[in-house]
Design a protein around this ligand. Sequence first.
Ligand code: ACO
Length: 318
Amino acid sequence: MTFSRILGTGGYLPERVMTNADLEAIVDTTSAWIRERTGIEKRHLASEGESCCDLAEAAARRALEAAGIGPDDLDLILVATTTPDQFFPSTACLLQQRLGNRGAPAFDLQAVCAGFVYALSVADQFIRTGAARRALVVGAETISRLLDWNDRTTCVLFGDGAGAVVLGASDEPGIVSTHIHADGAYKDLLQVPGGHGNGRPEARFLEMRGNEVFRFAVNTLGRIVDETLDANGLSTADIDWLIPHQANIRIIQATARKLDLPMDRVVVTVAQHGNTSSASIPLAFDEAVRDGRIRRGETLLMEAFGGGFTWGSALIRY
Ligand code: ACO
């Protein structure tokens, strides 16, 4: 059997930083409210002229370097993003051109904050079936451009960034299992309503019913964690690291409690990055790999929840 294995990770955050104190000057909020209700202290924002593809490229190059392979070795390029630079070509094709790869299939995948886990699942299927041997999977977002900077209930929550992994075919897992789900019945709770097809092109900012999203996220993430452990006959004691989507420290703590996992086994970046949507898991993963917390052979559980609703998980033997 063929499995996919993580060969390398990379991450990139734009240089521009916005602290909670900076936000006090923009909307009616306080540093303390943001910190206490979300755990966020600062976020990075793309500068004017800095594109989603710029962020994706920087993260991808670092992941390729860590994997020790070049762009020509890739036979699949996936970008999970909610904020593509253009309607088309896809950000994946723009990235492919930057990297100088020619001929590999390249496409975007849109599952909002669950996008990276979705893309990892798709790439894993390509590798397991033999359709690809080396895949680049990127989560990249300039989500700040979807924010209404007059709306204190949303603009304080998000940041920009990109994270990437390179996967390679292997005789042993690697990616042990992935689990992805969606329920479009909840489409109105978290959305950017505007689009060319619905007569509301002006409605281009993120809208969220935060309380309802919060409750649904906590319950759903608890369930996806159970589903993942059950599918593999594992218990929480088998998990070395939880790498959650970074939306709100209180959601992360609730999932860790459910797993009975101490917080020092949870990779937390939300304080420094805010919610970077599909970039948040690969950014957190890369940080913990590079600072030596996550080591080869350890068992990782990734879980994410986002607009759609979409949600998913990945169990990985690193
Ligand atoms: N500063 C100060 N006060 C604020 C702010 C702010 N930035 N935002 C809201 N408030 C006020 C509200 O107006 C409200 O005031 P009121 O009581 O006078 O009406 C009060 O604070 C409490 O508001 P709540 O919405 O009840 O606050 P809550 O504790 O629920 O926190 C939050 C809100 C942080 C948005 C939380 O609900 C949350 O994290 N939700 C989930 C977000 C999420 O996980 N998103 C998922 C993925 S995102 C994606 O897919 C793109």
